[in-house]
Design a protein around this ligand. Structure first.
Ligand SMILES: O=C(O)c1ccccc1N[C@@H]1O[C@H](COP(=O)(O)O)[C@@H](O)[C@H]1O
Length: 219
């Protein structure tokens, strides 16, 4: 099975096109005001329109209220909502039923006990995203460019549909895939030249690394 690749935190047509041209399966747009990648509704509408079905579109949001959910579903109309806050399993189910969209639930991981909640979320979310726990001092629940101990994931049910994120880049993606065997890789900081600034060269370098993995020749 081919690994999905989500390039997240895109904010310009140029970098979006670069991700699509290299075969990203998912492209993500962040709506979270504290983030350097934050986009308001109107630019997200434009970028989702530009994608025009070439990849699955994802809005990343943190503890969205019902009014915001209505705007995402009614105005932006992405394929997915990624909920990256403290949403309970009950709230995830509600987000799904209110919007009719697929929902990816991000869960923070720093130690093996953090994986105990996966069982409760996998029954309500369409996909699980395992990300690093927020480092001390950060304002952001994700997008910190920090990885966690992927060997913790060796005990996961091999049938779990999950994406892996947190500090992945062209240099470590082969190791991440070898150890964690996720269904998808999600990357943001690793294809940036500075926080919030996506870099076409780094996007290309990342897909080149994936190409070497597929060819069985990771550097
Ligand atoms: O990227 C952000 O600014 C962000 C803000 C709020 C919630 C999630 C956010 N990003 C998510 O974090 C991971 C990528 O992390 P990394 O930068 O590659 O370490 C990804 O799931 C983004 O959607």
């Amino acid at each position: 099975m081919q690994t999905d690749v989500k390039i997240c935190g895109l904010s310009t047509p140029e970098t979006l096109e670069a991700a699509l041209a290299r075969g990203a399966s998912h492209v993500g747009f962040v709506h979270f005001e504290k983030s350097p990648r934050h986009l308001d509704i109107a630019p997200m509408v434009d970028l989702v329109r530009l994608v025009n079905g070439r990849a699955e579109t994802v809005i990343v949001t943190v503890d969205p209220d019902d009014d915001l959910l209505a705007r995402f579903a009614g105005e932006v109309r992405p394929d997915w909502l990624q909920v990256h806050g403290r949403e309970t399993p009950e709230r995830v189910a509600e987000v799904k039923s209110r919007t009719g969209l697929k929902v990816m639930k991000a869960l923070p991981v720093a130690e093996s006990a953090d994986l105990d909640v996966v069982a409760r979320y996998r029954t309500v979310a369409d996909r699980i995203l395992l990300d690093s726990r927020r480092p001390k001092g950060s304002n952001l629940p994700g997008g910190n460019g920090v990885s966690f101990d992927w060997t913790l994931l060796r005990t996961l049910d091999p049938d779990l549909d999950y994406m892996l994120s947190g500090g992945i880049d062209a240099e470590n993606v082969a190791e991440a895939m070898r150890i964690a065997r996720p269904c998808g890789i999600d990357i943001s900081s690793g294809v940036e030249s500075a926080p919030g600034i996506k870099d076409v060269g780094r996007i290309n370098a990342f897909f080149d690394a994936l190409g070497r993995i597929a060819a069985g020749t990771p550097a």
